[in-house]
Ligand binder design. Structure first.
Ligand code: GAR
Length: 190
């Protein structure tokens, strides 16, 4: 039986797409059972529909507090019988209410070599810090922002003429390889 993935997005959804494509292989140990977005107009929702995936929108703006928002998310996860949650460009901070329910069962991909550059604007910060290397990390989600145990990383060289945009584009390519690979390894252990 394939592990049932729930993928959370907020925007472009390119990581969701790379995971979904990997899941199309018979030998891949997981399937995408739900793509959930907190933004109704996320481009990734269209991509998910084109891929024939089940989607849900839980718009944070419709909730007066975080717990109600997360309770609604949890309902969708239970209904879709999700076993592993993958945050993929999901730009809301989750509270202990949801994070603790999904301890060791919720992953995130972050565009930096953690523990460097937690939070936002990671490419700009890596350039400003004159780093020689940069990359992405897949980690378990814990209550601290981008602080959970790192499972896997992919490193790229920073080139002399790199800009935020060129760096972002190369890191994203690395993410598209690293995330499905890491999910595969983890699911094989579950
Ligand atoms: C990715 O680079 C991902 O690592 C980053 O947002 C981008 C989403 O792209 N995530 C974060 O910054 C989370 N804090 P995508 O929507 O095309 O997958």
């Amino acid at each position: 039986m394939k592990i049932r993935l729930g993928i959370f997005i907020s925007g472009g959804g390119s990581n969701m797409q790379s995971i979904a494509k990997a899941c199309q292989q018979d030998s891949f140990p997981a399937q995408v059972s739900l793509v959930l977005s907190n933004t109704p107009d996320a481009k990734g929702l269209q991509l998910a529909k084109q891929l024939g995936l089940k989607t849900a929108i839980v718009d944070h703006q419709n909730f007066s507090n975080r717990k109600d928002f997360e309770q609604e998310i949890q309902k969708h996860l239970v209904k879709a019988e999700i076993e592993l949650v993958c945050l993929a460009g999901f730009m809301r901070i989750l509270s202990p209410f949801l994070v603790e329910k999904w301890q060791d069962k919720m992953l995130n991909i972050h565009p930096s070599l953690l523990p460097k550059f937690r939070g936002l604007n990671t490419h700009k910060r890596a350039l400003n810090a004159n780093e020689k290397t940069h990359g992405c990390s897949v980690h378990f989600v814990t209550v601290g922002l981008d602080e959970g145990p790192v499972i896997a990383q992919s490193t790229i060289q920073i080139l002399a003429d790199d800009t935020i945009q060129t760096l972002q584009a190369r890191v994203l390519i690395a993410e598209h390889i690293l995330y499905p690979q890491t999910i595969k390894q983890l699911c094989q252990q579950l």
